[in-house]
Ligand binder design. Structure first.
Ligand SMILES: [Zn+2]
Length: 280
């Protein structure tokens, strides 16, 4: 099994200063019934949702938060058939390798990647770990890694070969934890046993990436959780987590971004980042 180590208490990734900006990535799309994304949603209305990730950029390096699909699995017909065996769920990707291509387009260098935070082990979040062998620390909540390495499998839309790979430096944290200057992991369990969100302190505002604790912006504004949890017992945690995110969003200078909302501004016009002068 892929070994994991404890992240030392109080340690931070070796980055100077505070986050300067966030680069937004849309790494593919997936069809999701609205009822899965928000409790009470229409199960016959299928949304084509963006698969998102970000780079948190510092003066001397960057941190990747989530990583999209495993393109190698999607592009190999046998592997694709063995993994994506669902009635209505599949991966929709553009030509190329979205993560590699968008990192390049943003002018970021893999050699400067200081770390990676993974919200949870669903297949649309861990596929990019294929690029991080012999790379920097990869942060998981301990509860998520336990789920990932014991019961999780295809029936949970978890592909263990995405993260049980040689050469990954998996580091485990417990609950709310600072992982770099101005970058904190937040315990938002519920969608999965050890789901985490991320708080990024930018010069002008703080951004919270809800990841899959809130697929849609309406989850956050209405304090309504997603309609899916890994086990029924997690539903109360999912409600507590969305209430937490709803309250954070109400704070001055804080904006909580949903993980999969096709209409949320941050995931629209992502390509403008490579062509405009402002970067945001
Ligand atoms: Zn997701």
């Amino acid at each position: 099994m892929t070994p994991a180590r404890d992240w030392p208490a109080g340690a931070l990734l070796p980055l100077t200063g505070y986050p300067q900006r966030v680069v937004r990535f849309v790494l593919g799309y997936e069809p999701i019934p609205e009822s899965m994304s928000i409790i009470g949603g229409d199960r016959n209305r299928v949304l084509l949702e963006p698969v998102t990730a970000v780079a948190v950029v510092y003066a001397d390096g960057w941190v990747l938060l989530d990583s999209g699909f495993n393109i190698d699995t999607i592009r190999d017909p046998e592997a694709r058939a063995a993994h994506y065996n669902y009635d209505s769920y599949t991966a929709v990707v553009a030509p190329g390798d979205a993560l590699k291509d968008q990192v390049d387009a943003a002018g970021l260098l893999w050699a400067d990647l200081a770390g990676c935070g993974i919200s949870h082990v669903h297949a649309d979040h861990v596929g990019g770990l294929r690029l991080l062998e012999d790379g920097p620390p990869i942060f998981f909540q301990r509860a998520e890694w336990e789920f990932a390495t014991t019961v999780a499998g295809l029936e949970h839309v978890v592909f263990t070969d995405d993260y049980l790979r040689r050469g990954l430096d998996i580091v485990l944290i417990d609950g709310d934890t600072d992982i770099a200057p101005g970058l904190q992991a937040l315990d938002t369990r519920g969608h999965t046993p050890g789901h985490q969100s991320f708080l990024i302190k930018l010069p002008s505002m703080s951004v919270v990436l809800a990841c899959d604790a809130a697929d849609l912006r309406a989850n956050i504004t209405g304090a309504r959780p997603c309609g899916w949890t890994a086990t029924p017992a997690l539903a109360a945690h999912a409600q507590a987590s969305i209430t937490r995110l709803h309250n954070l969003d109400a704070e001055d200078g804080v904006e909580v971004w949903p993980g999969h909302d096709p209409d949320w501004w941050a995931w629209n016009n992502v390509a403008d980042q490579w062509t405009s002068d402002t970067g945001q």
